[in-house]
Design a binder for this molecule. Sequence first.
Ligand code: PCP
Length: 389
Amino acid sequence: MDVDRSRTGSFGFNTASEEEIKSAAVADVYFHRAMQVLRAEGKEQTPVHAEVVLKSSELEKWYVLAGLDEVAHLLEDTEIEAYALPEGTICRPQEPVLTLSGPYEAFGEHETAILGFLCQASGVATGAARCRLAAGERRLISFGARRMHPAIGPMIERAAYLGGCDGVAETLGAERLGIQPVGTLPHALVLILGSTEKATRAFDRVVEEEVPRTILIDTFDDEKFGALIAAEAIPESIFAVRLDTPSDRRGNFKSLMREVRWELDRAGFSHVKIFASGGINTVDILELNPLCDAYGVGGAIAAAPMIDFSLDIVEVDGEPRAKRGKWSGRKRLLELKDRSHMILPAEAEPSAGAKDLLQPLDQLYASPPDVSSLRERVLEQLATGDFDL
Ligand code: PCP
């Protein structure tokens, strides 16, 4: 397994290339060693059936499945029979979301990459879905690319959008999603131009008309004065004011926002919306919803806890065999008439009207899925299902 080592050392970004991922150079070494032993024993072609599930005893826990597009890309040239749930499916622990059948050698050394793709993307999508659930109909924008390595910015934004965000800030990610990037203006612009008023007027004069005029108001001024300065600077085009109040100045953010709302309404700007950002999470969103119209969320989505998937063999040579703590044998995951899920042994007869959820991975990714429809799938489930925060 030859790896281009010229990329180590102090130059270049600390990322793995497509070839390094596909050649399993990114694998944990014990998978290489296991393969070394199996080859020595002539067992590397042993047919196995493995599955990826979230191993958690909190059976009520829910998460959004994402990252399968990259798994499909990784496995596209391998002789594996793979089945999976469509991305955007809201799942629970123990439910098999990906199954792999074939000679162990065909995928054994890809376990690290397979889990990496699913654990992180599903974590981000779930972080977005939780914020979506909390924000209801209010706009939710992913602001978190800066919280993660830029090489995975497009992945973060894809998962954030799939999970329910209305828009994303990172330009390449938005481009790959075929949507317009969303953003307001940074403190840097206000600092360099010297005042909120100057930055507001310049932004309004220079930036394309179709970009909503959401003006950052907390750089120099107390928020209620900053809001009026911005609104009075561009009364015809002002759309919203963004409060990114530093945490050590925030105090009671809700009452601060109520004051801004009062002053805007009193001054005839009741149409001007309020946008909050800066360390926002689901707790903040639930508290601010009565006053806030939109949220820019960074770390709470981009750095959301990963989904702790495991990939485990549950059948060897056609015989159910699993480690302790795992349910052995092949399974089928069914959606019942009431939209709930049921896990059954593969050979079991499903109840009437039940539908198999696992589908051939190569069919699911015969063409790149439209992420907007995967997003609609998440929104529809959040709207009809019972998912707590
Ligand atoms: C950034 C942005 C949001 C922050 C980051 C989102 O703030 O404006 O407020 O990330 P978070 O949810 O993890 O906090 P700053 O860098 O403070 O401000 P600027 O807008 O000037 O970049």
